[in-house]
Design a protein around this ligand. Sequence first.
Ligand code: GLU
Length: 292
Amino acid sequence: MAGLTPPAQRGFVTRFAPSPTGPLHLGHAYSAILAHDMARAASGQFLLRMEDTDTERSKYAYETQILDDLAWLGLTWDGPVQRQSDHLAQYTARLKPLAEQGLLYPCSCTRSDIRAALSAPQEGTVHPFYPGTCRGRPMSARQPGDALRIDLAAALVQLPPGLGFTETGTAHAGQHILNPTDAITRIGDVVLSRKGEDIVAYFLASALDDADHGVTHVIRGEDLFDFTAVQVILQHLLGLPTPIYHHHRLIRDDQGKRLAKRDDARALSKYRADGATPQDIRALVGLSLHLD
Ligand code: GLU
């Protein structure tokens, strides 16, 4: 965007942004250590943010454990820990410009309505793909509890050609220019404010925070790569800068499956209880000697 300083000229600010909905496992340790080490190597900043917009699943006990695990790993962060649940109303207020541009519509569809309207399973899409049932409903028709969705086709018309982002992670390194047709078929009209709660979707809160906290480099797991296009679109519509993205490899279990929160066997607390040292964890995730 004109007038915004490109990330490369703003130094290096990155973050670790866990959702406190379970204990940290080896995959999180990899992400946190990588971001921390890259920030320190660049004499930059490493921020810590709790992405706890999922008020049902987020637990304070997990947050406490995460802070303890990160400190045990020897990671230090700059500034206070940010907590998204402290800013829920502010995130919602940031939807206003999108509503004013006519890019939002209220949606009352339930999951089963959406499933019923879809004729085929949606492989390779960012979200359960939305068939557009409520598209065109005016904001004035919003009922309490309705979700808000973006009218993606209307939003894409406003995007300048060549809009995209720089990726430095090995798997997708290079410039990624958004392709509107691809965005419509793979992203669709995603929910920006969740049904029943008036709480913005985590990928929007995350993009807003990255901009507000001056994050220049988003370092996170490859499983989030597909969200990047949505975030870049929102950044453009809201006049926010687009950081550089670095999606790193995922730590997998012995069967090659990505670790999930429920993989308690890989929880850091389990390794700690078994007597592992922070150096052992670094060695296990392959970050003792080099960054990748
Ligand atoms: N809170 C997300 C997670 O724990 C990370 C989002 C991000 O790094 O952008 O998976």
